[in-house]
Write a protein that binds this ligand. Structure first.
Ligand code: KIV
Ligand code: ZN
Length: 394
């Protein structure tokens, strides 16, 4: 079969954002209709290729949100999720009908554990379901994605048969979910590569990753999938999602952008929207972003240690591998604390409008260190008070 497939003959990685579907499935992350529209508009503006706007059969509210997002969509493809059930597929088709470009995303479980305990179906029955449901979806819309739920715990030979059946029935995207976040990168790489290389007609579909973060490997697995030939990554803003979440969109985008030397791919995302997107999704979902979250956490571009602050003041590349501006953060922040050194202290005083002589500076620095030992957070006001006091005493 041809080496060049739909997957590997382009260096563009399509970003499929599922914040409004898998992200919203996070317990406690329910968003209002207006919040969903706001998030969708932002995703569309920042260049997300596909927005999974919801699960239309789940509720009338979800249907209305998907339909309205579809109506308002500008550039993004709008996808609606559907189980492998005819009524779900009809409902998803109806919801995305008014999109410039709509997609039905239908899925069925493939792993032995799901087949035995959840579906109570045989492999042959599942294969038949794949063919029937993808055919139904393709009769309603041109753009159909098929997912094998719990793919990473599915025997390769059966998964390959399901993928083949889905492609033959007209699926244009094949998604390989690591539903329970069980895979490790090498394994996920091999799985995607084997499917792309061995399934007949694999070149008729784009392969996609969908990785959950139960072992903290969602981004690493997604990137391994891309290296293996997948050209769509499913992810969410802030990594929001079921249990430990999904692969974080901002991490995928910036990893690809920053490490073009080892990952020769690109996305069409305007990364300067990332910080704002993170804030909007955090507020809408009520999920705070941890301070040390990669790319968008409060501390992602903050430095307290004296050695790091000194390096940063000399050349930002000493301790930053991307600029804060590139992700929409105004500037690096040098946080004053007990680990800070003279260089940063001097810069900080300059910023606050003080220039001290040598003796006064040494004295002020000494007092700042004492204060920082006593107080967790040293604010600008503390420094102003400290220096004013120092100047008054000389
Ligand atoms: O994790 C998963 O398997 C899913 C599917 C519905 C794609 O979210
Ligand atoms: Zn998922």
């Amino acid at each position: 079969m041809s080496e060049q497939t739909q997957n590997t003959n382009t260096d563009q990685v399509f970003i499929f954002d599922t914040t409004l579907r898998d992200g919203e499935q996070s317990p406690g992350a329910t968003m209002t209709f207006e919040e969903k529209l706001q998030v969708a508009e932002l995703l569309d503006d920042m260049g997300v290729d596909i927005i999974e706007a919801g699960f239309p059969i789940a509720s009338n509210g979800d249907f209305e949100a998907v339909a309205e997002i579809a109506r308002r969509s500008k550039n993004s493809v709008i996808a609606g999720l559907a189980r492998a059930i005819p009524a779900d597929i009809d409902r998803a088709a109806e919801a995305v009908r008014n999109a410039n470009r709509g997609r039905i995303h239908t899925f069925v479980s493939t792993s032995p554990i799901h087949l035995a305990h959840q579906m109570r179906k045989t492999q042959d029955e599942v294969l038949e379901i794949v063919t029937k449901t993808v055919t139904q979806a393709r009769n309603l819309i041109d753009d159909v994605e098929w997912s094998g739920m719990d793919a990473t715990r599915t025997p390769m030979d059966f998964l390959a048969k399901c993928v083949e059946a889905a492609i033959n029935a007209g699926a244009t995207t094949i998604n390989i979910p690591d539903t329970v976040g069980y895979a490790v990168p090498e394994e996920y790489y091999n799985m995607i590569k084997t499917l792309i290389e061995t399934v007949p007609n694999a070149d008729k579909a784009i392969f996609s990753t969908h990785c959950h973060n139960d072992l903290g490997l969602a981004v690493a697995n997604s990137l391994a999938g891309v290296r293996a030939g997948a050209r769509q990554v499913e992810c969410t803003i802030n990594g929001l999602g079921e249990r430990a979440g999904n692969a974080a969109l901002e991490e995928i985008v910036m990893a690809i952008k920053t490490r073009g030397d080892t990952m020769p791919y690109h996305t069409e995302i305007d990364s300067t929207h990332l910080a704002r997107a993170s804030k909007i999704v955090a507020a809408a979902s009520n999920f705070n972003v941890q301070f040390n979250k990669a790319i968008v956490g409060k501390n992602a571009f903050a430095h307290e240690s004296g050695i790091h602050q000194d390096g940063m003041l000399k050349n930002a590349e000493t301790y930053e591998i991307m600029t804060p501006e590139s992700v929409g953060i105004k500037a690096t922040s040098l946080v004053m604390g007990k680990h800070s050194g003279r260089h940063a202290f001097k810069e900080k005083l300059k910023e606050l409008g003080y220039e001290l002589g040598d003796n006064a500076f040494q004295e002020a620095f000494q007092r700042f260190k004492e204060l920082a030992d006593r107080k967790k957070h040293v604010y600008d006001e503390d420094l102003v008070a400290l220096v004013d006091d120092e100047m008054g005493s000389v």
